[in-house]
Design a protein. Structure first.
Length: 67
């Protein structure tokens, strides 16, 4: 997997003693024959203990077959 681009938005502080959860959602998968793989668009976030989103993110990665 190769990271192509990422965008991050900081919404709220996260403190050192907090428990957080990280979530990624696959938005789309598109074949890319020239690069011999698939381009995958992602949306993610880090949620605080109280359920608030502390960090929002978008990303695009290239996944190719492993040889």
């Amino acid at each position: 997997m190769l990271g192509l681009e990422f965008w991050v938005r900081f919404c709220r502080p996260i403190y050192a003693d907090e428990t957080i959860s990280l979530e990624w959602l696959v938005i789309s998968v598109k074949k890319h024959p020239r690069l011999n793989g698939e381009i995958i668009d992602l949306r993610g976030r880090i949620r605080k203990e109280n359920g608030e989103t502390a960090i929002g993110a978008k990303g695009r990665v290239l996944v190719t077959p492993h040889h």
